[in-house]
Design a protein around this ligand. Structure first.
Ligand SMILES: [Zn+2]
Length: 102
């Protein structure tokens, strides 16, 4: 009986590929994840030097969206993020607060 490493669905109807991903989780992993990783990394780099709130909120939104999609894969050990999940959550939370106050 197969079990998907990402969504953890299992059963006789579930087929997993060489990376242990089911047909729901595999497409993102192969097709979209590289773009999300790149977008997340670029947003984090940009946030280090951004000095206006509108630009910061735009980058933060992208970073949150990408991280949201990457999260389960990172938790399953299927992807290496620019930093650990707790660090990234912490960093984004601090940036959210920083720019909300400005
Ligand atoms: Zn799955």
């Amino acid at each position: 009986m197969a079990k998907c490493k990402n969504c953890r669905r299992k059963g006789f109807m579930i087929e997993t590929d060489v990376n242990g991903l089911c047909s729901d989780c595999a497409p993102y992993y192969y097709l979209t994840m590289p773009d999300d990783l790149k977008a997340l990394d670029q947003s984090l780099q940009a946030l280090k030097r951004i000095n206006n709130a509108a630009a910061a909120f735009g980058r933060l939104e992208i970073a949150h969206e990408c991280l949201g999609r990457l999260r389960s894969y990172a938790e399953a050990g299927l992807v290496r993020l620019p930093a650990g999940l707790p660090e990234l959550d912490n960093l984004l939370q601090q940036l959210d607060l920083h720019w909300q106050d400005s």
